[in-house]
Design a protein around this ligand. Sequence first.
Ligand code: PEP
Ligand code: MG
Length: 865
Amino acid sequence: MALVYAFDRAAGLGRDLLGGKGFALAEMAQAGFPVPPGFTITTEACRQYHREGRLPEGLWEEVEAGVRGIEAATGRTFGGEGLPLLVSVRSGAPVSMPGMMDTILNLGLTEKGVLGLSEATGNPRFAWDAYRRLLAMYGEVVLGIEPAVFENLLEALKAERGAERDLDLGAEDLAELSARYKRAIEERGKRFPEDPWEQLREAVLAVFRSWENPRAKTYRRHYQIPDDLCTAVNVQAMVFGNLGEDSGTGVGFTRNPATGKKELYGEYLKNAQGEDVVAGVRTPEPLARLKEENPKLYREIEEVAGRLEAHFRDMQDFEFTVERGKLYLLQSRAGKRTPEAAVRIAVELAEEGVISREEALLKVDAGSLPALLRARIDPESAPEPVLRGLPASPGAAVGHAVLSPEAAEDWTARGFDVILVRPETSPEDISGMFLSRGILTARGGMTSHAAVVARGMGVPAVVGAAGLRIDEEKKRFYLGEHELKEGDVISIDGSAGAVYLGEVALIESETGEELEKLLSWADRVRRLGVRANADTPEDAQRARELGAEGIGLVRTEHMFFDEERLAWMRALILADDEAEAETALKKLFEFQRADFRGILEAMDGLPVTFRFLDPPLHEFLPPLIELERKEAKGELAPGEAKLLKQVRRLAEQNPMLGFRGIRLLLLRPEILVMQLEALLTATKELREAGLDPRSEAMLPLISDVREVERAFSLLEPVFERFGFRIPLGTMIETPRAALTAGAIAREVEFFSYGTNDLTQLTYGISRDDAGKFLPAYLEERVFPYDPTERLDEEGVGRLLRLSAEEGRAANPDLKLGLCGEHGGEAHSVKFAAKLGLDYVSASPYRVLTARLAAAQAEVEKRAQA
Ligand code: PEP
Ligand code: MG
């Protein structure tokens, strides 16, 4: 099989082999879009390179033939006399990784070629500019020289010549700059080859190598992109946007990537080359301005945009260059968009008939939906902003300003929310951007690195805030005339492009019309039920508004953590005699009765699963170390000696594996009984008030059917006393419970998979201490993803499958739910849908994710059938 394909011969080969960019170029070339000729070196070549550590056999002959093809199509010669053929070399992985991989432009240019180029174009300035750009890009990408080396030389020369902008430097200046670049390269023991073929070979190798650069690895880890996808390399004839005022370069979106509105959107920079725009080095003009300046060109771009969208059936992000009035497309891909825009675009494309509703469901990342409920600045209470910039990524953020990715790490490690404040961002900032609540930059436009990456991450961002100045050395920055230091709190509004001093009050967002529509389509398709985890009436109400069809888990212990209740819980634990215990229990009964009522009222008519007390008792007592310290200083208060004794008695080496859950309930049955009494009382009262409470209750952490039998025998008399019963179930949280599911299923009406504990116990990884090694495990890719976040299908999933099958075989009416954190994570929800569970239960915001992911699972299943 060939390793190199010309764009117009590569149709039908697929994204995996051609990479996203190569795939789109092939499609466009075939469909007759104005694409400069070129070829793609496949991802297979890259994989072979990484396997063998050298260029695959035969590859170079194919590349040579590819270049001959471009020569034939353009009538120019690579390394030839007169107007030489120059090419761009770009990476392109099967999934888009913006800013991650490297690009070299003007490749094939030599000092000799500069002369030919200046004569042929009559524009020596242009020719030297192309050459010095090649030197810098080659220096950075292939030779690994710091970009700052070249930037500083450019700034120094501008200062010497009194030039304000790059454009103020003439041909001779740029020739001088080229000489200085070369010297800088040589001073570092490196060499720039004056042979175009050597340039090409080294550039291709550099793209292959860049697949393994740390930035690319960070990105892949974050988005769980497999390491063996590898990248393709695209070699394409250069067209020049910097040949004069009738030339230029730009990027366009067929719809607004921030809001999703149907409008041509983008930026244009006259007399410039592409990287100037993407790197945010020069701030471009909005595309809309072209409408007046050059209506013919604008219309042409608009027409191409429309055709691109129809062809690719999605919003496109395209790069174009105008060379002396002629429009060329350099690439097109599905545009990164905010979660807001993703929803609106999917819904509108479906309503315009471009795609089906089922396709629309697949176009939105289910995991991104909670971000739509991101807080907004409260317009009522907002002060005047101190600064304005571009509204690059919507949503509001409040946090401590940090001026570097290192500071972002440092402050977040200490538990603070941060906003990353930078002159502009580059791929080196990615790690800091992942950690930040918001991003603020001084330079760059709506398609600058900061804007694109923030939108992709769903992080609010304001970019190009011209009044922002940063003094990194002194760790100070200026918002207009206000001087601040690193760590000071600021607020930003990425929807309005506003920056505020200090903390500004935020309010919750509502779900918009388009989201409601998309989710209503999802609800019609999905078969998996979606409930929420909630411990308060407010959370329950919120969950209901977000579409929860019940509560799958009420953690009843959460109601004991407020101060007054905690005191009574302690009184119960420390009681000396029955009377004291009785008083405490009565109090706790009252609290729970009221709490249960509130939740059942909020969820009237929908099922609510209450879980009996789960955590070890010592969680309700002060920490041992605190009391021992007091004891050592002789400062124990009167009652505290007894407290200390009890705390010592209850202390465990391994409380997660200890005296908790069903074990505690069986040995302190008064708590179990009190909780059911409170629940039945609340249920009865609501029924009497004409409501329809649907209570259910379940036992935590069981590992043996005998525990279930024992507990139910304690509960039976309570049911008899009240004269009615409610459905009883168990959580499946221990491997043994899963492995003996048949026996347990015969005793209960439902299982609820507690995948937090089940993951902890299946792996033997402590939920509380995983932070010590799990991040390093993910970094080193020992694990492909964090199993506490995303359900492990092979191991934990196998226990789920086995117990679901055996449970249902033993009790055909058995209902199956899942209420660990995985219930709100898209991959895990799809897995639950595939297993045929009855429902998942997610934290309120993530109900949106679960609804959409459950529908996506169904659509994907139908597509496979
Ligand atoms: C679980 O273990 O998955 C669960 C839902 O219970 P908790 O997180 O309260 O231990
Ligand atoms: Mg649990």
